[in-house]
Write a protein of this length. Structure first.
Length: 311
């Protein structure tokens, strides 16, 4: 959906270039050049979007809920590492203003959430404005460092660690996360003294059905080669149709999604942390995440035998 929205915004701009409205495109391109660094400096959110009822309808369709354990970092910055199983990566995009509709602000008063996404999305004309309006920022060291050190306190930076690399890794009964060798977020948390807050979204893997190709098949080989080259794999998926829940289409199934925010991992501020220190807090984060998963899996739709594997 990110790619589709970005493509539409680009086509709109191209259309304006070749019509009598070309001065609008010229002015906007000049604005982008002037405004190029804004996404890296906290973005530019529009509070008025919080009042849009469309996002509440979107929330209630599934529904989407946020639940939390004790998070005692109201007056501090923290990295809310949202770990989402990305088996069906094709659908993994939540409208930025959805955070405003799930009661996040009421649950964490004084905390401003910033979701991070690929920096390339902010190079798409028009679409970049929409992303920033909802509080999204690039998932870059510069942008995250700005939010954690130069944008005041009370900022929550949400990062989906595994992302597209997990698209072919899951199977029924097992959720696989690409996390073992991804430690950059821990190093940044240490450098800025930000808490690490593990989170997990239960139910996302039930929104679409993915056609899984067997190991050794030519389609599986194509997916794996594409993943090595581009960082993500093309998936064949389907959901429900427009007219009936029993038909096939590209609408997500109405299955509940619950994001559980876990207990924070307290992190000291160390400007130049050693590899051993990074490894220690990385292990602490993984243990907290496994605890969060195991304590909540049966509450939110999974069975007692479901497992969380860390790769």
């Amino acid at each position: 959906s990110l790619a589709l929205a970005g493509t539409v915004s680009l086509l709109v701009l191209i259309y304006l270039v070749f019509t009598s409205f070309w001065p609008i495109s010229a002015l906007y391109l000049a604005w982008i050049i002037f405004d190029w660094d804004t996404p890296e400096k906290g973005g530019r959110r529009l509070p008025c979007l919080r009042r849009w009822t469309v996002w509440r309808h979107f929330r209630d369709y599934f529904p989407v809920k946020v639940r939390c354990r004790e998070v005692g970092c109201r007056d501090r910055t923290f990295m809310q590492v949202v770990v989402v199983p990305s088996k069906r990566i094709c659908h993994h995009y939540v409208p930025p203003t959805l955070f405003c509709s799930t009661g996040f602000g009421e649950m964490f008063p004084g905390i401003r959430p910033f979701l991070t996404t690929l920096a390339g999305n902010f190079r798409l004309p028009i679409f970049r404005e929409y992303l920033m309006s909802g509080g999204l920022c690039p998932v870059t060291r510069r942008a995250i460092g700005y939010l954690l050190s130069k944008n005041g306190t009370g900022n929550a930076v949400a990062i989906v660690i595994g992302g597209a690399a997990e698209s072919l890794s899951c199977r029924p009964g097992v959720t696989t996360l690409i996390l073992k060798n991804r430690k950059g977020f821990v190093r940044m948390a240490l450098q800025h003294g930000a808490y690490l807050v593990p989170s997990f979204s239960f139910g996302e893997n039930d929104l679409f059905r993915q056609v899984v190709f067997e190991e050794g098949s030519w389609m599986r080989s194509i997916q794996q080669r594409f993943q090595k080259m581009m960082g993500f794999a093309p998936c064949v998926f389907y959901g429900r149709g427009l007219t009936s829940v029993h038909s096939r289409g590209f609408l997500p199934y109405a299955r509940p999604i619950t994001t559980v925010v876990g207990e924070p991992v307290m992190v000291p501020k160390i400007e130049d942390p050693s590899c051993e220190t990074v490894d220690m807090y990385h292990e602490m984060y993984i243990r907290s995440l496994l605890k969060l998963f195991n304590e909540n899996k049966t509450k939110y739709g999974l069975s007692e035998t479901d497992e969380l594997h860390i790769l």
